[in-house]
Design a protein around this ligand. Structure first.
Ligand code: FES
Length: 128
């Protein structure tokens, strides 16, 4: 049912954990399955220099988060914003149709973390 890549990223997820002084944090959940994904970003000069995740969810959600963090590491914010859940699923050599929503969580969590970063930057400018 699952590709070897999904199994690999599920068994040995990359970039698991937290970044204590993260520049942007995004947390999203899926109301139906109850799974939650949290992404932490470290950003320098508009580029993602570090990324970590914590996912309380199914195997496909963990594999999706792991792959998504690998795909955005070192990318600019604009490039990371273009990452779609389809691209994450393709990079994993596919997900079963009923598990596609798990990859949507990864796309949404990354977008939420970048939005959080941008919001913080704006409030810094307002306060300085
Ligand atoms: Fe909900 Fe996978 S079953 S994220």
């Amino acid at each position: 049912m699952y590709s070897e890549k999904v199994m690999d990223h599920f068994m040995n997820p990359r970039n698991v954990g937290e970044i204590e002084d993260a520049d942007g944090i995004g947390e999203v959940g899926n109301a139906k399955c109850g799974d939650i994904m949290k992404i932490f970003l470290k950003i320098r000069d508009n580029r993602i220099v570090d990324v970590k995740f914590k996912t309380f969810g199914c195997g496909a959600a963990i594999a999706s988060s792991s792959m998504a963090t690998e795909l955005i590491k070192g990318k600019t914010l604009d490039e990371a914003l273009q990452l779609t859940n389809k691209a994450v699923a393709e990079a994993l050599d596919g997900l079963p149709p009923i598990k596609m929503h798990c990859s949507v969580l990864a796309e949404e969590a990354i977008k939420a973390a970048i939005e959080d970063y941008k919001r913080k930057q704006q409030s810094k400018q307002v306060n300085s």
